[in-house]
Design a protein around this ligand. Structure first.
Ligand code: SF4
Length: 373
């Protein structure tokens, strides 16, 4: 039986850091390799978090090199590829940066060995992580109730697999319990009973039992988890949300990345000076095109050198967003962005708890799982 590797990508964000600490504490028997792929254009706070995490884990976080042949002498990995792309800045529509700096280096690092990749998407997020196209890589989501990736869920719950699913549950449940649950397990997915509803129903019958059923199914496939004798995460019933992530980071002594610190700004609205708070909501390159306008203002005011650097990339008509950074940096534009941010966040505060964690949840909605988890 092939040796199965366990890997965890450290993005420099809070969730992957918390996942590394969580798995170390909950499942010390898993021999996990940690890796990070550096764009060379992250904030200092991100690099500081990776260093603190490395000390806390007592294990090396391997820096994987995205550059195969360095013939550009560029000052960073990002600049190397930017030069190869002729100065064409990446965007959400043309995200060559993620491909070249995160995904390809990951796939090369993994090679052909069967590998389980742990991903820190939380229980309070409604998104799927990157699922490798390589058949030898399987993603697992330990923070969620459903730890399995969408491709696995789809196969396990497909109508053509119902007989097999019944066999697994027959083995897992005492006879009486199985007889009671039988019709639920056998219910076919249809327009009025979606895969999501079926999954929810089975999880309510028992998370551990569902995981055991999936494990039995995986044993009939080439998925890496199916090649294991046992998998400790089958017993995982805990769901980890945003507040838990911050708690894990605090309790470990690693702490949250410095850019989450809420800083005050002032803005004049209808002749009155108001005080709002801003921060950055995620890791990733300091010029990332996914950031909100208020985060660009945060960069301008808190890291003016990095803002100037981001501005220097905007050449020959290429810009990070629809307006240039030069335009965004004008005092009246900065004031307008702060005003819009202040009014929006205060409106939302009236509807929700208004905590800084709500602001993170809102800002996290878009973006790239490979860079920000
Ligand atoms: S953080 Fe943003 S700019 Fe950097 S690699 Fe990821 S998507 Fe691209």
């Amino acid at each position: 039986m092939a040796q199965v590797r366990h890997v965890l990508g450290i993005s420099g964000g809070k969730d992957s850091a918390a996942l590394a600490l969580y798995l170390r504490d909950r499942h010390p028997g898993l021999d996990i390799e940690y890796y990070t792929s550096d764009t060379g254009r992250e904030l200092d706070e991100t690099y500081a978090l990776i260093d603190r995490l490395e000390s806390a884990l007592g294990k090396q976080i391997k820096r994987i090199d995205p550059i195969k042949e360095n013939h550009t002498n560029a000052p960073s990995n990002f600049d190397h590829f930017l030069e190869l792309y002729g100065g064409y800045l990446p965007s959400s529509m043309a995200r060559w940066c993620t491909k070249k700096l995160k995904l390809e280096p990951f796939e090369e690092y993994i090679g052909e060995e069967p590998t389980i990749s742990y991903v820190g998407i939380r229980g309070d997020e409604d998104r799927e992580g990157y699922i490798s196209k390589k058949p030898n890589v399987q993603s697992i989501f330990p923070f969620r109730e459903n730890i399995w990736s969408e491709d696995v869920t789809k196969k396990v719950l497909s109508n053509s697999n119902i007989e097999q699913l019944l066999d697994y549950y027959r083995e897992l449940f005492p006879t009486e319990e199985f007889e009671m649950a039988k019709s639920t397990i056998a219910k076919r997915i249809a327009p009025d009973f979606t895969q999501k509803q079926k999954l929810e129903t089975l999880l309510r019958l028992g998370i551990k039992e569902y995981n055991q059923a999936v494990f039995r199914y995986l044993k009939t496939t080439d998925y890496p988890v199916g090649q294991l004798h046992e998998f400790p995460l089958l017993d995982n019933e805990e769901v980890i949300k945003l507040a838990d992530v911050f708690r894990i980071l605090d309790e470990s002594g690693v702490g949250a990345p410095g850019y989450y610190r809420q800083l005050k700004y002032e803005v004049e609205i209808d002749g009155e000076i108001k005080q709002g708070v801003y921060s950055r909501s995620r890791s990733g390159c300091f010029f990332c095109f996914y950031q909100q306008k208020i985060e660009w203002v945060w960069l301008l005011e808190q890291h003016p050198d990095l803002f100037a650097k981001a501005m220097s990339y905007e050449q020959e008509g290429y810009t990070w967003m629809e307006e240039t950074l030069e335009a965004l940096a004008q005092p009246e534009r900065v004031a307008a962005i702060k005003k819009e941010h202040y009014l929006r966040t205060h409106r939302e505060q009236r509807k929700s708890s208004g905590s800084w964690q709500d602001a993170i949840l809102e800002a996290e909605g878009v973006g790239c799982a490979s860079c920000f988890i």
